[in-house]
Design a binder for this molecule. Sequence first.
Ligand code: GAP
Length: 425
Amino acid sequence: MEKIVALCKRRGFVYPNSEIYGGNQGFYDFGPLGVEMKNNLKRLWWKWMTVEHENIVGIDGAIITHPRVWEASGHIKSFTDPLVECKACHHRFRADDLAEKKCPDCGGELTEPRNYNILMETSLGVIEGEKTKAYLRGEACQTIYLDFKNVLQSTRLKIPFGICQIGKAFRNEITPGNFLFRQREFEQWDLQWFCHPRQMEEYFEFWKKERMNWYRSLFTHPEKLVFYEHQKLAHYAKRAYDIQYSDSPFDGKEIEGIHWRGDWDLSRHGEFSKQDLSYTDPETKEHFIPNIVETSGGVDRTFLFLLIDSYTEEKERIVLRLHPLVAPFKVAVFPLLANKQDLVQKAKQVFLSLKSEIAVTFDDRGNIGKRYYSQDEIGTPWCVTIDYQTLDDNTVTVRDRDTTKQERISIDKLRDFFKNKLTAI
Ligand code: GAP
């Protein structure tokens, strides 16, 4: 983990937030490479949800909702973690994170656990004394339930259908830590699948498999992704499975949860808002509260687990064996020598010819070997070198990150060569 955290900062994937002020625990910023990789992930997820499945549409809801939402959702009452405090140093911990019943910092005696609500508060309004307490959303999915009726009325969807969303969530975690794993501000990708209660079993199994297949298609070690069935359930869930990445510092910790939410959400919001959130089947005229299968994953956790999964140390180099569609850059272009104008000029031409269609970078620092290693470390799958032969026959070398093998390709064929590689994946 230390090596990955250091690499993330050194190469511009992830920086600690507010670092010049001493940091801000549980908050991180994504740097130039990190934001590219995160956006690639989000684009892949979004396309998979909305293009490769029928009857799924997206929304982008607000972070702050009416405060009553969190009463209805059960979060004000039940969104708690067990907090213990050291009687000597007063440091606080999540009781379920501790292996022993003593303070990990000073060995002092701990208080009995008490329930600590992790919803993050803010206030709305401009007049002091008349401000209203509101909450930054503790789970992104609530806006989907609030917009359920709007989506139904403004589209031609019929049950079963899904609404998906990628968005920020906020939790006042007692012990944020482990880098991106447990933050106070993070991003979730959620699908809420609305169906007839009779279809719950079928769709719960369907989405479990679909989501596992999706994660497995992106990881270098798909066999490390495993299911875990929850024994202790969240207040809204009747059944739940985690997708976990095993054999890592995060054994037994989830990337995504598949939750059987049943009619909990629409019934509660119907009751608290006094609106009818039931559904009438247009053909059978049957009237019912749609049931929900939720798939809720962490964008940041997926990002972190992909780094752990792809990080490889070899004799002479560090390689991130990232899936090419996830890697921040697909291609790096170099002139063999930085001080030979004709090579540099040709390399710039190649770079510009690829730039509008493929995520490509240019590098002419140091020697060619160092440039290869530098690209391996950020996961760039292919490096193109312009050498003296290029000036004679218009061919370049293309080096593969994983095998380090090189092949010669004509510049005219380069764009199609990479596009074919990326679509074949
Ligand atoms: N709507 C259901 C829900 O929010 P959850 O299991 O609490 O379920 C879903 O969260 C996903 O959000 C988790 O699987 C995890 O990937 C991510 N997540 C939860 N808390 C997080 C935190 N403090 N930091 C980073 N990611 C977090």
